[in-house]
Design a protein around this ligand. Sequence first.
Ligand code: FES
Length: 102
Amino acid sequence: MEKPKHHIFVCASFRAGGDPKGICHKKGSVDYLPYIENEILDRGMTDVIVSSSGCLKGCDNGPVMVVYPDNLWYGNVDGEEAIDTILDAMENGDTATDYLIS
Ligand code: FES
C-alpha cells in the first residue's frame, strides 16, 4: 500500500462518548464525505484520502475540514461549491484562502 500524500479530515463532531452532537454534524458535514470521496476519485487524486474526525475544536467556523500534511484549516465548508474550491486548490498546489480559518 502506498501512503497518501494528503489526508483530509472532515469534522463529524463525534465526542468521546461517540455521539455526533456538534455544529459540524448539525450543518451536514457527514453528508459531504461521499461527495469528497467521489470528487477525489473523479479527479484522479490518487494520493489523497478522506476521513471523518471527532470535533476539531473549531466549532464556531463549522463545518471544519483540515488538510494534512499542509496543516490547512478550512471553515464554513458548507457545501459542494466550498469543497470544489478546496479540491481545486489542492490540485493546483494552492490554498483556498476564502475558507482558511487558521
Ligand atoms: S463540531 Fe466540528 S469543530 Fe467542533
